[in-house]
Design a protein around this ligand. Structure first.
Ligand code: MGD
Ligand code: MGD
Ligand code: MO
Length: 764
């Protein structure tokens, strides 16, 4: 199986390579974001929009889930936040004429970059069975088709309702309510591919699947460990928090196979001096092999256990369970195995151990570098073990910090977007709405694809996102999608999921964060929850991209009515009229949201309760924080293969491509590149600038191929390679998933390299 680079696409992928940078942000970041903002929005609209970003009474940045803190009065500059806003607030438009000019077959030949660059979608569009082109359709007819198809299913479980993490709390709450009244828990979401491993590991060990630190904690920490995360690109505002922590005396350890510029040095555009000189951030860089983190943290735990007086005995005795068994396993941690698994020097690990021992308040941050491996859940549990050993949970300046991706991915889960809801949640929902929610678990992302592939699911509905672009095993997933009777995408911009469709397809264009939202004459707000459990309002300030757009809550309301009819006793229309009515219900169903409407009026928002952080209470099966002692695992490579991680460039937001540069890593004008350590390249005969096919190897014996990648010699850890997603999703087998969380293992794909001619379609 091979994925072709797009053929009919005028956008050229012709990578140029320079030396990687050692600092992030600074003037080039400001300049770059202004260029993109101006291209998409023009000057006036750029100013009008960017000034409202993350302000009190403004809209929440659709960029990432990093919190704002109390300084929201002062614009915190973020290049990639500005790019995310420009992408949405663009003045370019995709109208019915566009679809008349471009058949679906034509659009299927275009790159994701080209599709996204066409602008905001202006009207609901329908692809009838057998048609070549999408055509405009009135909203009521669109909802009629959805209702028709949903009612024709043999079981509600033949439908899947996907959510991407930009969806507001209000829309998410309505969507899960509809799915449950309809009769299914098939609520896959982007979290299944993202922080599911964190949620699984944290729920089991500390009793809640969320991080335990606030922004203030970051500023109070003695030691911050950043593992498997590239904040310079993906959470740029986190660099200011790290800078502040450093200024207050914190030390930083970075654990990453790549030396990421943002973690080396940060040039704060907020301060004139910072802009020029910048602050060094990382004190110790552990250039780990992909997948070596569990072994590393196990060894650090051994160091703590072997140091007299280092364990916080009273915390362990009072608040934890399973210490003896864990301690026995960790004391056995083997240096040789650790050095093989991590590729690190013993001296560096010992240095890290000293820093851990010297710190009274430690925070560990992580993202996709820890969550997308086969053994991600045990890896994150090992992180928790280290914090528990030293009493670093529920203490100011200390704790777990899984850094979330999408700006409301955490909130969507809080609202009940989850295929495995707790009985307590469903009981509360049933009581409030007099419905009977199904209790059996639904499909996550991977199981939804399998169900579509096998004909067990027939209707696929997506509240945002780009399902076929973001999911693994592209060719398998695309074939599965084509099996559906109906695919529906609620979207702002065009993407691959609109052109790989079921027998019939609908595109439902919606308001974005930046758009004004009026319902029944009332200006609406929506709410979001950031990575640290702060909930606040978001209010768009631009004229909507088109007068035909409906908001996400309105779309769910009308879909619900078209499907459930008058038999539904839920007053759906009230929810569309004023979202405050939705928040009143959320307040009654979800703990922590009492007096929701009142509290969200505070421009700083409010904090959700977090039992381990607030009162050292752990709602686990044992009633304590659980130590765990899983066997240490790490990837083992056959001869002549490398372990490929699939990651983000600086100019993309997941499957949305802003441009073809990855500035900090020295890559320009191309995305089909693969980074390889020069010594591995010498052994495998992969000269810099030569072209290769990437072929992934998996136990099913199926050959998955991504053709035509330029080799870039790059200082990544030995045995490792790196390339961008989504182009490399074709290489990730659908059943290569993490144990327990079922997250695709997109950071550990075993690949071999086959010399290729430079692909004509890529170059010309
Ligand atoms: N501008 C921008 N912002 C974004 C996004 C975006 O695409 N663009 N996406 C958003 C989303 S949804 C998410 S989830 C986050 C993603 O944020 P990140 O997790 O930072 O994203 P990735 O690019 O996947 O980077 C993974 C990092 O982990 C490292 N890594 C890979 N494998 C390993 C390993 O085995 N061990 C260790 N220790 N490190 C490893 C990689 O070298 C890289 O630095 O960002 C969010 N913010
Ligand atoms: N190989 C590989 N695969 C990965 C990853 C990886 O690291 N490697 N990362 C995974 C991760 S962490 C994630 S989170 C997923 C991301 O998966 P998704 O969330 O499904 O993908 P996105 O690219 O973020 O979705 C972009 C689309 O969202 C729509 N959109 C944008 N704003 C709005 C809005 O306000 N409302 C609505 N309704 N639609 C909107 C636009 O149409 C846009 O085209 O990908 C995962 N896939
Ligand atoms: Mo994510």
């Amino acid at each position: 199986m091979a994925s072709k680079p797009p053929a009919g696409d005028p956008i050229q992928d012709a990578p140029q390579v320079a030396a990687p940078k050692h600092a992030a942000a600074g003037l080039p970041a400001v300049a770059h974001s202004l260029i993109i903002a101006r291209q998409q929005m023009g000057l006036r609209r750029s100013a009008q929009t960017l000034l409202k970003l993350n302000q009190k009474n403004g809209f929440d940045c659709p960029g990432c889930a990093w919190p704002e803190g109390d300084h929201r009065h002062k614009a915190e500059f973020c290049e990639n936040g500005a790019k995310a806003v420009a992408e949405e607030a663009t003045v370019r438009r995709v109208t019915p004429d566009f679809f008349a000019d471009h058949s679906v077959a034509d659009l299927a030949e275009r790159s994701g970059y080209w599709l996204g660059q066409q602008g905001r979608i202006t009207q609901p569009m329908y692809l009838p069975e057998g048609a070549d082109h999408y055509q405009a359709i009135p909203w009521e007819r669109a909802f009629g088709i959805i209702g028709e198809e949903l009612k024709a299913l043999n079981s509600p479980d033949e439908a899947c309702f996907y959510t991407s993490g930009r969806t507001s709390n209000e829309a998410a709450f309505l969507l899960q309510l509809f799915a449950r009244e309809f009769g299914t828990n098939n609520l896959p979401d982007c979290s299944n591919m993202c922080h599911e491993s964190s949620g699984s590991a944290l729920a089991e060990t500390i009793g809640i699947g969320k991080g335990s630190v606030s922004l203030e904690d970051m500023h109070k920490a003695d030691l911050i460990i950043v593992a498997g995360q590239n904040p310079g690109t993906n959470h740029p505002r986190m660099l200011s928090a790290l800078e502040k922590a450093k200024a207050a005396g914190a030390k930083i350890i970075s654990i990453n196979p790549l030396p990421e510029a943002g973690l080396e040095r940060f040039k704060n555009p907020q301060t004139p001096l910072g802009m020029v000189k910048g602050a060094a951030l990382t004190d110790l860089f552990l250039q780990i092999r992909i997948g070596g983190d569990q072994a590393l943290f196990r060894l650090l735990n051994k160091i703590v256990l072997d140091t007299p007086g280092a364990v916080d005995e009273s915390f362990v005795a009072e608040f934890t369970h399973g210490y003896e068994e864990f301690a026995a396993a960790a004391r056995e941690a083997d240096w040789d195995q650790t050095l093989t698994a991590t590729g690190l020097d013993r001296a560096d690990i010992e240095k890290a151990g000293e820093m851990v021992l010297a710190s009274k308040r430690t925070i560990i941050c992580w993202a996709m570098g820890l969550t997308q491996h086969k053994h991600s859940v045990p890896t994150i549990r090992e992180v928790v073990n280290l914090l528990l050993l030293r009493g670093n949970i529920g203490r100011p300046g200390a704790g777990v910090c899984p850094v979330r991706g999408h700006s409301n991915v955490q909130g969507d889960r809080t609202m009940g977007i989850f295929e495995r809801p707790s009985d307590a949640f469903l009981d509360a929902l049933d009581l409030e709405f007099s419905i009977t929610s199904p209790r059996h678990h639904g499909y996550d992302v991977v199981r939804s694809i399998e169900a579509l592939r096998d004909g067990d699911a027939k209707v696929f509905f997506a509240m945002g996102g780009n399902f076929v672009g973001a999911t693994p095993d592209t060719l398998v997933t695309e074939a599965a999608m084509r099996n559906a009777r109906l695919t529906v995408h609620v979207s702002t911009k065009l993407n691959r999921s609109h052109v790989v469709t079921g027998v019939r397809a609908l595109i439902l264009p919606t308001l974005g964060r930046t758009d004004k939202d009026f319902q029944a004459g009332i200006r609406q707000i929506v709410t979001v929850e950031d990575s640290m459990g702060m909930v606040h309002a978001s209010r768009g300030n631009l004229e909507p991209a088109s007068p035909h757009l409906l908001s996400e809550p309105a779309i769910v309301v009308r879909m619900a009515r078209a499907t459930l009819g008058p038999a539904s006793l839920i007053p759906w229309e009230d929810f569309e009229k004023d979202y405050a009515n939705i928040r009143d219900r959320i307040a009654r169903v979800i703990p922590g949201f009492e007096n929701f409407n009142e509290r969200v009026a505070d421009p700083n928002g409010f904090e959700l309760p977090h039992a381990p952080r607030d009162e050292r209470k752990f709602n686990t099966d044992t009633g304590k924080a659980n130590f765990t002692a899983a066997p240490v695992e790490y990837p083992k490579l056959p001869e002549g293969r490398l372990l490929l991680q699939t990651m983000r460039s600086h100019d993309q937001y997941n499957t949305t491509i802003y441009g073809l540069d990855d500035r900090y890593r020295g890559i320009k004008n191309g995305r089909r590149i693969v980074m390889v350590n020069p010594e591995d390249a010498a052994e495998l005969d992969l000269p810099d600038g030569s072209y290769t096919d990437l072929v992934s190897e998996w136990k099913d014996g199926v050959e998955r191929r991504a053709p035509g990648f330029r080799i870039v010699h790059y200082p990544t850890a030995r045995g490792c390679a790196a390339a961008y997603y989504p182009e490399t999703n074709v290489l990730v087998p659908l059943d290569a998933t993490a144990d327990i969380s079922n997250t695709p293992t997109s950071k550990s794909v075993i690949v071999r390299f086959e010399r290729a001619e430079r692909q004509a379609a890529v170059a010309e």
